[in-house]
Structures are given as C-alpha cells and as structure tokens.
Ligand binder design. Sequence first.
Ligand SMILES: Cc1cc2nc3c(=O)[nH]c(=O)nc-3n(C[C@H](O)[C@H](O)[C@H](O)COP(=O)(O)OP(=O)(O)OC[C@H]3O[C@@H](n4cnc5c(N)ncnc54)[C@H](O)[C@@H]3O)c2cc1C
Length: 379
Amino acid sequence: MGRSIFEPEHEQVRRTTREFLDREALPHLERWTEQGHVDREIFCRAGEIGLLGMDVPTEYGGAGMDDYRYNVVVSEECARGGSGVGLTLQNDLIAPYIKSLGTEGQKKRFLTGITSGELLGCIAMSEPGAGSDLAGIRTSARRDGDDWVLNGSKTFISGGILADFAIVVTRTDAEAGHKGFTLFLVEDGMPGFAKGKKLDKIGNRASDTAELFFDNVRVPDANRLGEIGGGFYALMRNLPQERLGIAIIGLIAAERALEITMQYAKERTAFGQPIGQFQVNRHALSEMHTKLTIARVYIDHAIMAVTRGELSAQEAAGAKWWMSELEWEVVDRCMQMFGGYGYINEYEIAAIWRNSRVQRVYGGTTEILKDLVGRGLGF
Ligand SMILES: Cc1cc2nc3c(=O)[nH]c(=O)nc-3n(C[C@H](O)[C@H](O)[C@H](O)COP(=O)(O)OP(=O)(O)OC[C@H]3O[C@@H](n4cnc5c(N)ncnc54)[C@H](O)[C@@H]3O)c2cc1C
C-alpha cells in the first residue's frame, strides 16, 4: 500500500538522506558499534548537505521549511539502515526547544551550531532516582547574582558523550510543584560539569548514552532556556513530538524486520519446503503484514496531525506505546522465524531485535503512557 502523505520534495530529501547514509555512515557502522559512538564529523557532513534543522529559519542556517514531514523522512532513513547517526535527536528534540524557547542570542549561537553540525546537544531529564516520575527530579539550580549554581546528576542521556551542550532540567523551587522546574543550556567545559562513562547498552551500540554530573556548575543567566519555572511545561509541549518520533522509528524497524523475514522464509527450507509455506508461518507473516499496514495508516495520520500542529499529548502517548509494543511483537516473531541464525550477530534481524527492546522504555514507558491516555479519558 503506497503512502499518500508525502510530496515529491519530501521524497527527494529521503533519497538524499538514504544516499548520504549509504555512502557516509553504513560503511563505518561496525567500527562505530565497537567504539560506542559515531564519528563526530558525520554531523558536519550532514549539515553541509542540509539534513540538519530543515525547519529552522534560514537566518540560523536552516532551510526554513516549517514542515514536519521533512524531519520524518530524515528520521525514517536513519532508522531504516540502523546507522546510529542521531540526526533525529538534533532535528526533533534539541532544535525545537531552542526554536521555541531561545532568546535571539541563544538561537544565533546554538541553532546555527546545530544546523551546521558543529554543535551537538542532548536533553537531560532522567536522573538515577527519577525517570518515569519527572516530578522527582532533584538536580537543583540556585540563583547567585547573574549566575545559577547547578548541583546533581543525570543518567541515560542519549548523545551525552558527544554533545557540546546539554539542555538540563533542574529544580529551581522545591516548593512550587510543576512550576518549580527550569531549563538551562550547560556547556562542555563549564567548571564542575563532568561526563561519566559511556553506558554499556544491549542495543543501539553505535549511539552513546551517558551519565552527566553537576558539581557547583556556574551557569550564566544568559544560558537559561525559557522562563524561570517554565521547564515542566516546556517538556510537556515538546514530549508529544518526541514520542511520535519513537513510534515512527518503531514502525520502520518492524517493516524492515518483516521485509527481511519474508525473504528468508522464501529461501530457507525445512522438511522439503520453504519455511514460509508452513501454515503456522504463513499465518504469522499474514498477521504481521496486516498489523503493520494498519499501523502505517495510524502513524501517517499522526504525522499529519503534527504537521498541522494538532497532535495531542494523549494521541502521541497512544501512538508511542501501541507502536513500540507492536514493534516488539513483530520483531521478536520475525527473529523466531530465523531459527538459530536470528541469534547470530551478523544477521540484520539480530541487530533490529536488540535495538527494538528499548523502544518500550525510553520517552515514557508503556505503563506510564497508558496511564496518560487513561487520564485523558477521564479515569
Ligand atoms: C537507551 C536509553 C536512552 C535514553 N535517553 C534519554 C535521554 O536522552 N534523556 C533523558 O532524559 N532520558 C533518557 N532515557 C531515560 C528513559 O526515558 C527512562 O529510562 C524511562 O523514562 C524510565 O525511567 P526509569 O528507567 O527511571 O524507570 P522507572 O521510572 O524506575 O520505572 C521502572 C518500572 O516501573 C514502572 N512504573 C513506574 N512508575 C509507574 C506507575 N506509576 N505505574 C505503573 N508502572 C510504573 C515503569 O513502567 C517501569 O517498568 C533513556 C533511557 C535509555 C535506556
């Protein structure tokens, strides 16, 4: 079934992205997986050909194309090849915060850096003691003259090792509930800001995940991102797009798993016939195909809702939990059809399986998101 949400211009960006990744990323994937992060230069190369910040205004180096579908095609291509290049993190998570909250000076500096690939950001919400329950964040920021003094730590931060700056969620008023959180742009090299070891993950091993530590880090007020006390609300505004982004990646991964499994089911024989011909496998393939066709309609519908600026927090939460659960169901079923070969790392299905598992966890666990949807229903 063809997709109807893209115009020829989007497909052109898709082709450019695919060619770029085939040429510049996939040949290095094995080495990146071993070293635990991609090469820094890949972002500058992506910036040169315009794959970063397409929706960022031209005065900050973007393409000024305020159309979410350009971000989607870049993200889908990054996911399809499993390249580990975090263009999506910069395009869909970091740039939107600065675009929507930044001062002119912050936009000039950080957005221009992101679009050229010279600056990389990460978003630091989770802490050792606060993941699902963001209200439990303890990293504090205390005003001191023109500066703020930050103390605390963050964990599981995607891209944290390579990042030049972190958008850090802090507590500026312990008594103010949801109004007590403020965001800061904390830069590499600020005294007291340290990065821990790269976390050793099951999957997505070419993209780094870090711990961050703040020990009396002095951050100028000019690096405050948004209003004092506005941090929690900024997260709530940005999380829907982040969550849909995870669902989009999940569907691409599941589609790819099914594609290679169908091929394998034609080639691999047992008891004198291709394994796909056994009724149990034919039904499994049929079920997965139908479910992913339905998912495609649903996810494309949500993409268009973001494009029109209409995706609600509940819809995004629903898309994220449902799609990541379906992704896992499909990818695991596909792996089963590969028999023992599915467990061997040189088979693509093994990488897809390892990378898929976290989708049900980050960006809000399935349990938390079901709760969010349920509350939206009035329960
Ligand atoms: C690879 C990776 C990358 C990540 N990237 C980032 C990043 O870039 N930035 C960032 O800030 N964070 C990031 N995270 C953190 C991620 O968002 C959290 O791990 C996630 O939100 C869950 O928090 P937690 O790990 O503390 O689990 P917990 O909150 O401790 O939850 C543990 C379990 O309890 C369940 N649970 C908790 N509360 C409830 C409840 N009320 N009802 C029912 N069940 C509940 C959860 O669903 C889960 O199953 C990343 C995590 C990983 C693994």
